[in-house]
Ligand binder design. Structure first.
Ligand SMILES: O=C(O)CCC(=O)C(=O)O
Ligand SMILES: [Fe+2]
Length: 222
């Protein structure tokens, strides 16, 4: 399931992010790519040793955690490896797959990838996130403060930025439910369960769906 959410951060948080990033120290993005993704990665990233990195990472993680749709659809266990990327003119990130496991000794799995867009779409040409589904390529260029979540299992790329600058936050989620189709089943049942509850309260139908939801979660969560 691919999910986009508008305004996942507040206008104040967006300003804090863009102002800090506009003054930040950026380094070559190849330092954090896998050995094959490195070959096609042409961008720069905020230096992770810089003091503002932790503050900005926490700001984004807090914004995700307070969003109910994110919680229900993604079932996050760990939100990890957040990076602040900058693509200037002629930069792109060719077709690649993200590393399955990230971090050092205590690694996290990448089940879901996300891109939080920070720059206004009119301020740069190109720079779409392109998700390569087997049947078609999907192009995304969202408004500042909007985010896309997509299964890390897809090949994807960032189209060349032709003019302007594209700032984004990228990151990954280890979900309680690693399989995207199982995650979608749980999300659908949960959505129906909540809508029945809103209409008729704790009815027999609600109880049965709540039982099914809990039993599947019990079987699948890890
Ligand atoms: O910038 C994006 O939208 C995605 C970047 C990406 O694929 C990555 O950093 O692995
Ligand atoms: Fe990627």
């Amino acid at each position: 399931m691919i999910l986009t959410v508008d305004n996942i951060i507040t206008a104040e948080e967006l300003t804090q992010l863009t102002e800090t990033l506009s003054k930040g120290k950026f380094i070559d993005g190849q330092t954090t790519a896998g050995w094959h993704a490195k070959l096609v990665k042409h961008n720069s990233q905020l230096d992770t040793t810089s003091p503002e990195t932790k503050t900005l990472q926490n700001l984004v993680i807090k914004a995700l955690e307070r969003n109910l749709l994110f919680k229900l659809a993604i079932q996050p266990k760990h939100i990890h490896s957040l990076r602040f990327s900058r693509y200037q003119q002629d930069m792109n990130y060719g077709s690649h797959t993200d590393n399955a496991l990230m971090g050092g000794k205590q690694f996290f799995r990448s089940d879901v990838s996300f891109t939080l867009f920070l720059s206004s779409p009119e301020s740069y040409e190109g720079g779409e996130l392109v998700i390569e589904k087997p049947e078609a390529k999907l192009y995304y260029k969202l408004n500042p403060g909007s985010i896309i979540f997509y299964p890390s299992t897809f090949l994807h790329q960032v189209a060349e930025v032709k003019t302007g600058t594209r700032f984004v936050v990228v990151g990954w989620i280890q979900s309680l439910i690693r399989d995207t189709s199982k995650r979608e089943i749980l999300f659908d049942i949960d959505t129906v369960r909540r809508s029945i509850f809103a209409k008729e309260g704790k009815s027999t139908e609600f109880d049965l769906l709540a039982k099914t939801h809990a039993n599947l979660l019990r079987q699948w969560a890890e």
